[in-house]
Design a protein. Structure first.
Length: 285
C-alpha cells in the first residue's frame, strides 16, 4: 500500500477544522487527519483539506453505509486519487441502530457495501472499517486494509492485532484532554463523547467484552471507564497513555481531542509524543 498514515492521527469533525487548521495539523507532525462523523459521499471537504496540505493523509472516520451511496463514494475516491495520489483512506462503518431506522443485518450490509466499492474499482488496501467485535474484525482482515475503531482501550488494540495479524492496519482512536485536574477532566469527558456515547449498543457491547460492567456503563460512565477511554493529565502523561496503543500493536494512534481548543490539544500532544515516541511523521514500523 503506497500510503503511510504516520504515527499520529488527528480526529476532527467538519466544524472543528478548516483547510488552514488542517495545514497546522500537518505542520504539528500528524500523518493523518481523520474527518469524523459521517461525511457525505461526495467527499468534497476531504478534498479541500487535501488541497490545503502537502503530504497529509485524509481519512474518513467514517463513511456511513446508510447515508453515503457506495457508487458515489467510489467515484469520489477515484476523483481525489487522481488529484492527490496515495493520500485518501476510506474508513467505512455500519453506523448505529440508535440513529438509523433502517439499521438491520449489519454484517451482511457491510459486506454488500464493500462488494459495491470493490465492483467500482476501489482497491481493498485503501479501505478500513470501524470494526469492534471479533466477526467485524475478521471481515476487516479478510476484505480491507484493516480497522479504525474508536471508543476503545489498548486491550482492544491487542485483541484486534491478534485477529488481524501482521500486515494489516490497526488504527485505534483514543480521546485526549490536556487537563491536570482529574475531576475536571472526567466532567468534560462525561459532557461529550465518550460519556454521552455509552448508551450506543455497539460501543456498550464492545466495552463489556473488554471487562467493563453495567455499573461502569451506567449514566455517563464510572471513573474507571472514563479514565480508560480518555488520556488526561499533563501533555507528557497524555502522550504516554496514547502510546500504550502502539505497545499493544497499533500502527498509528488517532487522537480525539476534547476541550475548547482541539487544535491546541493536538499540538500539545504531538510535541509531547515527539521525544517520547520518536519522530511523529512517517512509518515507525
Amino acid at each position: 500500500m503506497n500510503l503511510d498514515p504516520g504515527l499520529l492521527g488527528a480526529h476532527l469533525r467538519e466544524h472543528e477544522v478548516t483547510p488552514e487548521s488542517a495545514a497546522e495539523v500537518e505542520r504539528a507532525g500528524y500523518g493523518t487527519l481523520w474527518l469524523d462523523a459521517s461525511p457525505p459521499a461526495d467527499l468534497a471537504f476531504a478534498e479541500e483539506l487535501l488541497d490545503a496540505t502537502a503530504r497529509l493523509v485524509v481519512g474518513t472516520s467514517v463513511v456511513n453505509v446508510w447515508t453515503a451511496d457506495a457508487e458515489t463514494v467510489a467515484a469520489s475516491y477515484h476523483r481525489i486519487e487522481g488529484r492527490h495520489p496515495g493520500r485518501l483512506l476510506l474508513g467505512v462503518g455500519i453506523g448505529h441502530r440508535e440513529v438509523h431506522d433502517e439499521y438491520a443485518s449489519p454484517y451482511d450490509t457491510l459486506v454488500s457495501y464493500l462488494d459495491r466499492l470493490a465492483g467500482a474499482g476501489v482497491p481493498a488496501d485503501r479501505v478500513v472499517t470501524a470494526a469492534l467485535g471479533p466477526r467485524m474484525l475478521r471481515l476487516a482482515r479478510d476484505r480491507t486494509a484493516g480497522t479504525v475503531p474508536c471508543l476503545v482501550t489498548p486491550e482492544h488494540t491487542r485483541r484486534a492485532r491478534s485477529v488481524l495479524g501482521a500486515g494489516k492496519l490497526v488504527l485505534p482512536g483514543h480521546f485526549a484532554l490536556v487537563e491536570p485536574d482529574a475531576g475536571r477532566a472526567r466532567a468534560i469527558a462525561r459532557s461529550a463523547p465518550p460519556g454521552t456515547a455509552l448508551g450506543v449498543t455497539n460501543y456498550a457491547a464492545n466495552l463489556r467484552r473488554l471487562g467493563f460492567t453495567d455499573d461502569d456503563l451506567s449514566g455517563t460512565g464510572s471513573d474507571r471507564l472514563i479514565d480508560a477511554l480518555v488520556a488526561h493529565g499533563d501533555p507528557a502523561t497524555v502522550a504516554t497513555r496514547l502510546l500504550a496503543h502502539r505497545a499493544a500493536g497499533a500502527d498509528h494512534v488517532g487522537v480525539h481531542p476534547l476541550g475548547d481548543d482541539p487544535i491546541a490539544t493536538l499540538r500539545a500532544v504531538a510535541q509531547a509524543v515527539g521525544p517520547i515516541g520518536g519522530p511523529v511523521t512517517g512509518s515507525w514500523r
